[in-house]
Design a protein around this ligand. Structure first.
Ligand SMILES: Nc1ncnc2c1ncn2[C@@H]1O[C@H](COP(=O)(O)OP(=O)(O)OP(=O)(O)O)[C@@H](O)[C@H]1O
Length: 297
């Protein structure tokens, strides 16, 4: 059974196309990074998957059901985002107790241990927490609910670097202890790359690529060599960025369109290097003409 299946999914807000013809399938227990520039449509997609927003067109199924306002899928799905709020009258301890009453797999002991580690006092109210503490509490809430589909939209927003590092480990450990499908939308791809199995890259409301992290890293490569020898090579493929300094050309290119062996590259004096997933996502979503320096010229 697919966990998520979207086909030609679109969402319009007035005249703005937030999502256009999104088609993707997610199955199995894995951690997937939902990556994209600001305004790409990540939160809109995750909110539709969580059942809180109705698509304008197309089809979205979660556990083989339409998730919109569906109590069945809601019991197996949790969305943690910065809109998450709790009653002004409840302490964190009482909020956890309510979570335990609602979610069948809830881990209260683990919540206590994680929040104690993060120095969060359980007697305070949710709205009394600092931005980073609130993000930490919300993430803990999402993790200990152990929902089969756990959706984390910018879960580390406001957390300091040390706590972010700790909580990437907490996500991974919790996933290993209780495997589930975890979607994480984040701008901190470099930091969380090591815990991801797949990346769903979104740009301007469409899917640019959905691949394993290793598969993504094979899509673009960096080549560097004498510019006269690089010229014919670059004409065979898509070039995402190019720079020539003192006769040496360095270019970021689409590896799938290059039919040349490492040996042939070596004989031409061209070196190949791999990019990080974060760099590749940046190049794949770099819009033509986007050069901040041009603003000041
Ligand atoms: N409720 C809404 N009403 C009108 N426009 C909206 C609404 N929600 C989102 N949008 C628009 O839809 C587009 C996609 O927004 P969305 O929040 O999904 O992007 P995002 O990828 O999550 O961005 P970010 O990384 O900045 O959080 C944006 O242009 C945004 O302005």
């Amino acid at each position: 059974m697919n966990v998520i299946q979207c086909e030609k999914l679109s969402k319009k807000f007035g005249r703005l196309h937030a999502l256009q013809d999104i088609t993707c399938t997610i199955n199995g227990e894995k951690i997937i990074g939902v990556i994209g520039r600001n305004g790409a449509g990540k939160s809109t997609l995750l909110t539709i998957i969580a059942g809180f927003l109705k698509p304008t067109n197309g089809f979205c199924q979660v556990f083989n059901e339409n998730p919109f306002n569906n109590i069945q899928t809601a019991a197996n799905t949790i969305l943690i985002d910065n809109q998450l709020s709790f009653s002004d009258y409840l302490s964190l301890e009482e909020i956890l107790k309510m979570g335990a009453d609602f979610y069948p797999n809830w881990q209260n002991e683990l919540a206590y241990r994680l929040l104690h580690y993060a120095n969060i006092d359980l007697s305070v109210k949710h709205q009394q927490l600092s931005k980073g503490q609130m993000a930490t509490f919300n993430l803990v809430y999402g993790l200990v609910s152990r929902c089969a589909l756990t959706i984390l939209d910018e879960p580390m927003n406001g957390m300091d670097e040390a706590i972010r590092t700790d909580f990437y480990r907490a996500i991974l450990k919790e996933y290993i202890a209780f495997p589930r499908t975890i979607l994480i939308a984040s701008h901190h791809l470099q930091e969380m790359e090591s815990i991801l199995e797949e990346i769903l890259l979104i740009d301007e409301g469409t899917v640019v690529t959905h691949a394993s992290v290793d598969g993504l890293k094979e899509q673009l490569i960096a080549l560097s060599g004498p510019s006269d020898r690089m010229k014919s090579l670059l004409s065979e493929t898509n070039v995402y960025a190019q720079q020539i300094v003192a006769g040496v050309c360095t270019a970021i290119v689409d590896a799938s369109k290059l039919f040349i062996t490492e040996e042939m590259l070596r004989t031409k004096g061209i070196t190949k290097s791999v990019l990080t997933a974060s760099e590749i996502c940046r190049y794949l979503t770099n819009h033509k003409g986007s050069d901040i320096d041009a603003i000041f010229d």
